[in-house]
Design a protein around this ligand. Sequence first.
Ligand code: SAH
Length: 492
Amino acid sequence: MEKEYKKGDVLEVTINDMSDEGLGIGKHDGYALFVKDTVVGDKCKVKIMKAKKNYAFAHLEEVIVPSSFRITPNCKFAKACGGCQLQAMSYEAELEFKENKVKNNLIRLGGFSEEYIESIKEPIVGMEQPFRYRNKAQYPIGYDKEGNLVAGFYAGRTHDIIPNTDCFLGREINKEILECILSFMKKEKISAYDEKTGKGLLRHVLIREGFSTGEIMVCLIVNAKSLEKEQELCSILTKEIPAIKSICLNSNLKDTNVIMGDETRVLWGKETIEDELDGVRFKISARSFYQINPVQTERLYKKALDYASLTGKESVWDLYCGIGTISLFLARKAGKVYGVEIIPEAIADAKENANLNGIKNAEFFVGKAEEVLPEFYNNPDSENMLHPDVIVVDPPRKGCDEKCLETMLQMEPERIVYVSCDSATLARDLKILCAEKYELKAWQCYDQFCRTVHCETVVCLNKNFSKPKDYIQIGIDAEDYYRIKESEKKSE
Ligand code: SAH
């Protein structure tokens, strides 16, 4: 009879794989155990917390023989905090883990052969220092068990706050800013918001820094329209930390765990701070979406630009464009760029950012990519936008909508550049795009979210075509041949 596993069982297991969420996986007589805080190669003692028929979640009781990849986490809150999943793993092992995860998805879900995927891989780009890379931090404010006012992070899966004003992924200056705010609150007896009762004032502190300009924005998220002595707090903060260029108050009166409310008011200084990526300047307001790791973002976008192979004449669509970050990168090298994004405020930012940089060849549309693109494709007036040279997509985790993929295939751009934050949906979409018309030419991972399980990937697809008969005779590269034929067609 098969052995039955139950809650409370203590077992010895060797971890030999890792789940997408960063849980170590080990097998005990074929029964899978998912264990938090373990590293591939660890031999450990674990205790079952929740048992299912074929697998269980278990708690790490003791590492008997540590993996050669195991390191001591830099942050003493690594185990309790829900933020980083891979702190006990060496950074080299982390990069390998991420690249393998993407590779396996391309093979398993994309249907590509391992040999092919390996042959077109460009090595993962990691950071020199995988810490202090975040330009944005959102600290919840509350009370610890003894009733002390604290700022920190939610413990994994709960809303208990672990007091920590110096998260290792964020900037060192965050600590100074938070401690200044906490001491002001204590002195003025300003309360923190309590999720259980809905009472109290300060909910979160959001801090953002433009790395290239050094400008800092502090946004207080408050369960009210104003804060007592708010101007006094501003003058203390700006005196202590001169890099602060903007202080805002966002009112969130709702009983919700969505962090920000709809109303934002400037308390001191400017409404936005600025940052620069490879010479393109961006205005960032308290609520705008902006990539959190600017160093890796710049590298990733340069690669996307490289894959787009622009010469200055091309027409390009940038789908899921956000505030136009990739669009403006592309516009400097393209004939015309069309950006599409679902959030109207982001498009307003994109237009403003285009103006700020004197970029005139970018046009932006609000709407769903899967609706805007077919509308253009089916509208005879949009003739010049029908056959773009390049389409770039950077969708959220759920990937591209099928209608969007279908229209991209109809539009037949020469190249498609796909930037993805979820390799499972990337692989699923590539299977559709590469079924007939497109060929996967290259792929590369960029570690944007060091010490967490998330990973960005950028891939390049070229329009496929059956080799023409005279291809061998003229002896030129297939792509060049195709380009010549195209320009012949155009000049006819
Ligand atoms: N390319 C941008 C943003 C990428 S994040 C950057 O690098 O900064 C993905 C974006 O897709 C988000 O801004 C989100 O609002 C947008 N989005 C989500 N669903 C969408 C849809 N169906 N159509 C268009 N945009 C969408």
